[in-house]
Design a protein around this ligand. Structure first.
Ligand code: NAI
Ligand code: MG
Length: 394
């Protein structure tokens, strides 16, 4: 096997708890790699005025592959007040480092699998008409466009005169034209054709490679006619190259309803950044929630894998830690798949599946109790115990 160097970016809060657990699992599963630590997150914003320091960017440029834990993010107004006093008043603006990283390294595919593990007490269940329960097997993979759309970052409060003038030229702006600048906020949704084509094609390729029967575009073309329109248009063209795979189009609002009625119907999804963010949280809730939600940010030259959860600050100080490391470990397994070591990725997923199915070692979330210092007394496993159970299966 090739030997890899992975940039390890634990970040803030529970990112620092779960990332080292995933490295233990990668080692045990036989993934051959060195891990180079890199700084990212809130502390570096406060101390240096940059949550994604230049030295971290250099490490990613050099090694091309990263594991990322989580960061703490706050709205800019609040972020500025928490800067080191020496950095205040310099006009520094806070941007989420993960959003910046996606844009900087063109990590345009944000891939989010949501698959149920047998025996997970958090799995979605449904009542049959005779009152008995059924537990559909959910196997969905969301291809969220990761660099554009509503998260492109082009937005203003009190837009400058030239921007305002451009908006004034649109007939639909009339109702807003009398609003005072300071009371007017505009966020844009930018969709470009080539980038959209790439995410749609990758979604179809994935469906083909792994035997999914459908690709669903989840947009809102009846209202967001221009941006969603490009998704719809290009999907129809690209779908012609994949005769065995159905192309479905279901509006984003409708899918939030259908996903709790018949989630097992769906396979691969493709949508814009914000919609994909929402959709992937929706499906994650059906297969175990944030403790199970993994993701990959994949570009042509770089890739960074991360759980979709945040830094969960309220659990940061708990000793021993109690959060579920599975989302991070599944993200590490995605890294293996990405570099062509799918056998190792499968091995890791199988070990997790066995531990979940046995049900002997469960973190607080899997026990459906609230998290806190008392959850261990109530029988919840610690983060380390759950990792150890997975290591034992390996
Ligand atoms: P969060 O994902 O950090 O936590 C929400 C709740 O989910 C937690 O209180 C906890 O109950 C549960 N949870 C999350 N991860 C878990 C795990 N591994 N095991 C068990 N339970 C888990 O989201 P929240 O509280 O909205 O945000 C906290 C901070 O994280 C904020 O500063 C936010 O901006 C940031 N954030 C960062 C993300 C990232 O790094 N990609 C994504 C989402 C939020
Ligand atoms: Mg999200």
């Amino acid at each position: 096997m090739k030997h890899y160097t992975i940039v390890s970016m634990p970040g803030d809060g529970i990112g620092q708890t779960v990332l080292p657990e995933s490295i233990k699992v990668l080692d045990k599963a036989g993934f051959s790699a060195d891990y180079v630590h890199a700084d990212i997150g809130w502390d570096f914003w406060c101390k240096e005025g940059n949550p994604l320091p230049e030295r971290t960017i250099k490490e990613i440029e050099r090694h091309k592959l990263g594991l990322f834990g989580a960061i703490t993010s706050k709205p800019n107004k609040q972020a500025v007040t928490e800067l080191d006093p020496q950095l205040q008043g310099k006009g520094l603006v806070y941007f989420s480092p993960i959003v910046s990283m996606r844009q900087l390294f063109e990590l345009d595919l944000c891939v989010r699998p949501c698959k149920s593990f047998k025996g997970n007490p958090l799995n979605f269940v449904r009542k049959r008409t005779d009152g008995t329960m059924e537990e559909p097997n959910i196997d969905v993979v969301i291809f969220r466009q990761g660099t554009e759309g509503s998260y492109a970052g082009v937005e203003w409060t009190d837009p400058p005169a030239n921007v305002r003038a451009a908006f004034e030229s649109h007939p639909k702006f009339k109702p807003f034209s009398k609003v005072d600048g300071k009371d007017l906020a505009i966020s844009s949704r930018i969709v470009t054709r080539d980038v959209t084509k790439r995410v749609i094609r990758e979604a179809f390729e994935y469906a083909k490679k792994f035997g999914y029967k459908s690709v669903t575009v989840s947009e809102k073309p009846n209202v967001l006619r221009e941006t969603s329109g490009i998704f719809e248009e290009e999907a129809k063209v690209i779908a012609k190259d994949y005769p065995g795979i159905d192309l479905w189009s279901v509006n984003i609002d409708a899918i939030m309803m259908w996903l709790t009625k018949n989630p097992e119907t769906y396979g691969v999804f493709v949508c814009e950044n914000l919609f994909g963010d929402i959709l992937s949280d929706g499906f994650a809730g059906l297969v175990g929630g944030l403790g199970f939600a993994c993701s990959g940010n994949i570009g042509k030259n770089y890739a960074v894998f991360e759980p979709t959860h945040g830094s969960a600050p309220k659990y940061q100080e708990l000793k021993p830690p109690i959060v579920n490391p599975i989302a991070m470990i599944l993200s590490a397994a995605m890294l293996c798949d990405h570099v062509g070591e799918k056998a190792i990725g499968d091995k890791i997923r199988n070990a997790i599946a066995e531990v979940v199915a046995e049900g002997k070692v469960r973190t607080y979330d899997m026990m459906r109790i609230s998290g806190g210092p008392k959850s261990i007394e109530k029988g919840a496993a610690t983060t380390h115990q759950l990792t150890d159970a997975i290591l034992a299966k390996l």
